[in-house]
Design a protein around this ligand. Structure first.
Ligand code: NAD
Length: 264
């Protein structure tokens, strides 16, 4: 351990289990000395998150459903009371009705559009505002996005639209909070086998497709994302804000997969 995150305290939002991207990030920053608080959504996930937090030496575990703004407020009240201030936040939260993560985007309902946007996009703005108020010495905010924001991915549908909004929010927040020394960035991860990831129609096909066609010919892991998040959350990235950093084995650079006959 080199202690890159020694003395830093951070909030990890979005651990559902040990396959979650947020868990990969938590492990990486803890290994470098960060002290962590965790949120969980609902009692069932709480039963999983408590022992995971304990593995990383944390008993600071609080409930949070971002659809309920009072519960978001109570998270930041708890942080203010226990720590007084905060150095970083990881926002790894996304949701859309599974029944609309298949077929045509055009069939998205108004109700699910709004819900998806509130949970997967606007929650980052609400969280960032509250976190920034606890960052008098500057800090780092990180969210998770996916390439379905800028290009059509089958079945990703309204989540792609929410991720486009999330990416734009990230840039505006970077503009807002930059003068306070608060950096705001996003990691655009390749497909990872998680609870949320498996909710997208034909997810297995998408995992296999990326593994087969990404330049590095491998699947994205939560450890891959953890390593890049560590950089963005640490002082190594002191000059980086408003950035979308791809952790997708290079898939985003392709305009088409390289056909079999042209492969060496
Ligand atoms: P995950 O299921 O492990 O995590 C999703 C988290 O969102 C869960 O912890 C869940 O409790 C939380 N969440 C959903 N609705 C919530 C609400 N109302 N209030 C509070 N929390 C809520 O899946 P994951 O893949 O680790 O997802 C983390 C983030 O990474 C998401 O934003 C997701 O879109 C993004 N992402 C995932 C992939 C992938 O392939 N898995 C790729 C790129 C980006």
């Amino acid at each position: 351990m080199s202690g890159l995150m020694q003395g830093k305290r951070g909030l990890i939002m979005g651990v559902a289990n040990n396959h979650s991207i947020a868990w990969g990030i938590a492990k990486a920053v803890h290994a470098e000395g960060a002290e962590l608080a965790f949120t969980y959504q609902g009692d069932a996930l709480g039963r999983r998150v408590h022992p995971l937090a304990a593995e990383l030496g944390s008993d600071f575990v609080v409930p949070c459903d971002v659809e309920d703004i009072a519960s978001v407020d109570s998270v930041f009240d708890a942080i203010k009371e226990r720590w007084g201030k905060l150095d970083f936040v990881v926002h790894a939260i996304g949701f859309s009705d599974k029944s609309e993560l298949k077929g045509q985007y055009a069939n998205t309902t108004r109700e699910n559009f709004v819900r998806t946007m509130v949970i997967s996009c606007f929650s980052f703005t609400e969280i960032a505002k509250r976190a920034a108020a606890l960052m008098p010495d500057g800090g780092s905010l990180l969210t998770l996005t996916y390439g379905g924001s800028t290009a059509v991915v089958p079945n990703y549908n309204v989540m792609g639209v929410a991720k486009a909004g999330l990416e734009a929010s990230m840039r505006y927040l970077a503009g807002d909070f930059g003068p306070q020394g608060i950096r705001v960035n996003a990691i655009s991860a390749g497909p990872v086998r998680t609870l949320a990831g498996s909710g997208v129609g034909d997810a297995r096909l998408v995992y296999a497709w990326q593994q087969r066609n990404a330049p590095l010919r491998r699947s994205t892991t939560i450890e891959d994302v953890g390593g890049s998040a560590l950089y963005l959350l640490s002082d190594l990235a002191a000059g980086v804000t408003g950035e979308i950093h791809f952790v997708d084995n290079g898939y985003n650079i392709l305009s088409m997969p390289i056909p079999e006959m042209m492969r060496r």
